[in-house]
Design a protein around this ligand. Structure first.
Ligand code: PMP
Length: 403
């Protein structure tokens, strides 16, 4: 299959792990390979309610057998979904647009910001990832693509001083932008700084950064593609931990538990001029099946109390990681909130070793950070203490073996 894949799939694709995993089935927090071996999935925030959740699958199938059409007819599902999403948001945010991916949502947020402010400058973090379009690839420095001339980067708050200094870094970045003759349209950040290597505490530090961009006449865009849908264990959205009301919120990945559904939520005054000047029609965005799947995901998050579980199990994993840190000096810092954790290790080499050794031990995690030296732990939310023990036990074994 690997050979067939390489023959027909574009060489731009990259596989995870030195020994790639050939998966054929998923269930809950587990993935199964072609030989029937199971792997604990500690990396996948997309199947947020667990792989192949039966209630999501059942509602998807039922809706697919009833009606699937786009947003140019009056249908129930997009309206119900927009109402449900807005009920989780601050009341200043009142307007929902559906797309098919996080990239489409961010790309639209960039377009809207330019029209709303009449400006062109954007600020992102040095290890940011925001998507695949031409515009966003040039706002995603972690990929190695050069940023566009009107995109300015700010050091992410993943270092010790970062959280307290972040607003100041944003202010300096705005000054740098202005001295290059560019006016700031928006600050765009992932509110858990996942690709930068995870920055979470103290909760609230983002508010001062948002105040800086507002004072400069720009907008604050919260990219919730990673932390959204309860992962941080303290409410539905990452920005809520920071007590900040964004101008635009983008979301995707977990929204459909693996099915392509994403959205952008806006303040009406920000959306107004854009809507006057432009129509927006996205053929698949907000289709009936996509919306029904997203409604099912919201129901499961609620019914299975997954936000509470993210908080409780996340705290348990974090405790376990901290006690490993006492025994293994290669662990420099443990960051994160709920079930979004970053473990700062001594180097990229150690991180690569740990990720690959864990894969051999049947536990799937990944690496993050501009220097690739942070373990990224981000399991489906029905991850329980027993699963946490498997992860911690395997990590202990791998670190011990590394010496
Ligand atoms: N924003 C962030 C923070 C992401 O992590 C990603 C995907 N990794 C995206 C945007 C892009 O989302 P998509 O792949 O659905 O286009």
């Amino acid at each position: 299959m690997l050979a067939r894949r390489q023959r027909v799939l574009a060489p731009t694709y990259r596989l995870f792990y030195e020994e790639p995993v050939y998966v054929v089935r998923g269930e809950g927090v587990w993935l199964y390979d072609a030989e029937g071996r199971r792997y604990l999935d500690c990396y996948n925030n997309v199947p947020v309610v667990g792989h192949c959740h039966p209630r999501v699958v059942e509602r998807l199938a039922r809706q697919a057998a009833t009606l699937n059409t786009h947003t140019r007819y009056i249908t129930d599902r997009p309206v119900e979904l927009a109402e449900r999403l807005l009920a989780t948001m601050p009341r200043e945010l009142t307007s929902v647009t559906f797309t098919c991916s996080g990239s489409e949502s961010n790309d639209l947020a960039v377009r809207i910001s330019k029209v709303a402010t009449g400006r062109t400058g954007f600020i992102v973090t040095e290890g940011a990832y925001h998507g695949t379009t031409e515009t966003l690839s040039r706002m995603s420095p972690v990929t190695g693509v050069a940023t566009a001339p009107e995109v300015f980067t700010v050091e992410a708050p993943v270092d010790i001083r970062g959280p307290t200094e972040f607003a100041e870094r944003v202010r300096e970045c705005i000054a740098r932008m202005r001295s290059a003759g560019v006016q700031p349209a928006a600050l765009l950040v992932d509110t858990i700084f996942g690709s930068d290597g995870v920055a979470s505490h103290p909760a609230g530090f983002l508010a001062a950064a948002a105040a800086e961009i507002h004072a400069a006449g720009g907008l604050f865009i919260a990219d919730e593609v990673q932390p959204g849908f309860g992962r941080t264990g303290e409410g539905m959205w990452g920005f809520q931990r920071h007590g900040v009301v964004p101008d635009l919120v983008t979301m995707g990945k977990p929204m459909g538990n693996g099915h392509p559904v994403a959205a952008l939520v806006a303040r009406p005054e920000v959306m107004g001029e854009f809507a006057r000047q432009h129509r927006y029609f996205n053929t698949f965005g907000g289709n009936t099946v996509a919306c029904e799947v997203a409604l099912a995901v919201l129901d499961v998050v609620e019914q299975e109390r997954l936000i509470e579980n993210a908080r409780e199990t996340g705290a348990y994993v974090q405790q376990g990681l901290l006690s490993l840190a006492k025994r293994y000096p290669t662990i420099r810092e443990v960051r994160g909130a709920g079930l979004f954790l970053g473990v700062q290790l001594a180097s990229k080499d150690v991180t690569t070793r740990v990720v690959n050794d864990l894969r051999r031990a049947g536990v799937l995690i990944g690496a993050a950070g501009r220097n690739g030296d942070v373990l990224k732990i981000r399991p489906p939310l029905p991850f329980r203490r027993g699963d946490a023990d498997v992860l911690l036990g395997a990590l202990d074994g791998v670190l011990q073996h590394l010496g």
